[in-house]
Design a protein. Sequence first.
Length: 312
Amino acid sequence: TVTVEPLVKIGQLTRILISKGWTIPVVPELDFLTVGGLICGAGVETSSHKYVKLSYIPVNSLDEATERITKESLKTPGHDFIEGIMYSLDKGVIMVGSLTSKAEPGKVNSVARWYKKSFYKHVESFLSCSQSAPKVEYIPLRHYYHRHTYCIFWVTRFCIPYMEVAPLRWMLGWVAPCEMNWYKLIPLFLRRLFEENLLIQDHVIYPVWLCPAKTLKEPGFFKFGGDADKMHMDIGLYGMSEKQDFEPVKTNKALEQFCLRNNCWKGLSANTFLSRDEFYQMFDPTLYHKVRTELKCENAFPEVYEKVVGRK
């Protein structure tokens, strides 16, 4: 059991635990995320001193990607990590990883070094590989955990053009920001110019992140029917829209209505425009309100709806 406060960053936690040969069951890809933020935002991710043995499996259609990631997710015994990245509607790579204490010589890749390609660009190089013989690498555990941190999946390239230029990355990559706090230093009027075309959602922009997640039949904020545990898919849309008439608020509201109609959830780390009734149609506040009442929080702290809806 590890006791931490909400402001502890996941990177601080993994640095300490892995050095002692320990880890936690689910570790976010971005090392600057805080424990408090992950609890609020669901903390859906793809997850010691071991390596991760990672296999890259190319797929050639959306149906194939869906079938393959479902098949790999339901295997017994299962993989320790599964994710997918779609680079177009019909081209993507599914990755399956397992913890291991051994690595084949010459196949170790420390993917999180500043001079390395952004991880999503590295994965893209496996699009033309054979499915029958997937390429395999061994990645040091902490590098694997935080493989998407440097480019924040693929969003930072819009702010820092040299991210994918190898010579500039080698010379200047080590000074690149590894968290979003720097973004808050940009004047508001300049940020708005950027945000008008930016979409950051866990629900069409490419690349698209695919992350299978098991939902447990336990009391909590998520609603789902039936008695059995289920597998759901987290779909991450991050990047700049290429449409000239892109309207972020209108698009977000359309995505929210799609989620409501199809019993989906929207990650609370994203911009949220739901009404209070719609919010509690999407999420189950029963346990949350029970705890707030028992701990007399009603007048002490704002409700989660006020914290996440209509943020500037």
